[in-house]
Design a protein around this ligand. Structure first.
Ligand SMILES: C[S@@+](CC[C@H](N)C(=O)[O-])C[C@H]1O[C@@H](n2cnc3c(N)ncnc32)[C@H](O)[C@@H]1O
Length: 202
């Protein structure tokens, strides 16, 4: 099985919805949203249906986008293949929300800065950049206490493969520093019983 298919299946379990919920709560019922590193498209699938918001999902990986296409057939969604570290072919000031979910903590600092610079260009006044990342905190016992179910077996894989980079991201406070240097507003919250962190730049 291709990794993209495996990843897409993983997102169909209840625990994945618990991961995305704090981000979904931040999104209103109108406007335009860009999801950078959309992967197999679960987030924009939910948002386009539950919030009726126009969504564009972009990703560098063809296989992920193929999976997203299988999942998404709503009129209010567009998918776009992009090149890493390039300005996106989208107009300045055109989005109310830019979501970046489980992406930044995998990237090098220089690549993070390029992505955020472009996100700032694309964001409308009063728009929000919302970043969701695992924290890598907790342990298997706490994971089981909160999420044990046969359907949720994928959470153990997710926790194990993300925890080291997630802990680094969490400890480095990269986004907080970035927002201070760029005179932006920053908020962060620990969510999903301590297993994830949502960061909002305004
Ligand atoms: C761990 S997956 C997360 C997918 C999705 N956001 C989610 O939460 O399910 C990371 C995704 O980011 C994409 N990606 C990596 N570097 C990227 C970049 N520079 N620009 C856009 N997408 C990128 C990968 O191809 C992959 O699909």
């Amino acid at each position: 099985m291709k990794f993209s298919k495996f990843f897409s299946n993983l997102q169909e379990a209840p625990w994945y919805r618990s991961f995305l919920d704090p981000l979904i709560t931040e999104i209103g019922n109108e406007g335009k949203l860009l999801d950078i590193g959309t992967g197999s498209g679960k987030l924009i699938q939910i948002l386009s249906v539950e919030k009726s918001i126009d969504c564009i999902g972009v990703d560098t990986n063809d296989d992920m986008l193929k999976e997203a296409k299988i999942k998404l057939d709503n009129d209010n969604i567009q998918l776009l293949k992009i090149e890493a570290n390039q300005k996106l072919p989208l107009e300045n000031n055109s989005f109310d929300y830019i979501t970046i979910c489980s992406v930044l903590f995998h990237l090098k600092n220089n690549d993070i800065d390029l992505m955020l610079k472009d996100a700032k260009r694309l964001l409308r006044e009063n728009g929000k950049i919302i970043v969701l990342t695992p924290t890598g905190k907790g342990n298997f016992f706490k994971l089981s206490r909160n999420y044990f179910s046969l359907k949720n077996y994928g959470i153990y894989i997710w926790y194990s493969v993300t925890k080291n980079r997630a802990r680094l991201w969490n400890n480095n406070k990269y986004l907080e520093e970035y927002t201070i240097q760029n005179k932006l507003e920053y908020k962060s919250k620990t969510v999903m019983n301590g297993f994830a962190q949502i960061e909002i730049i305004e």
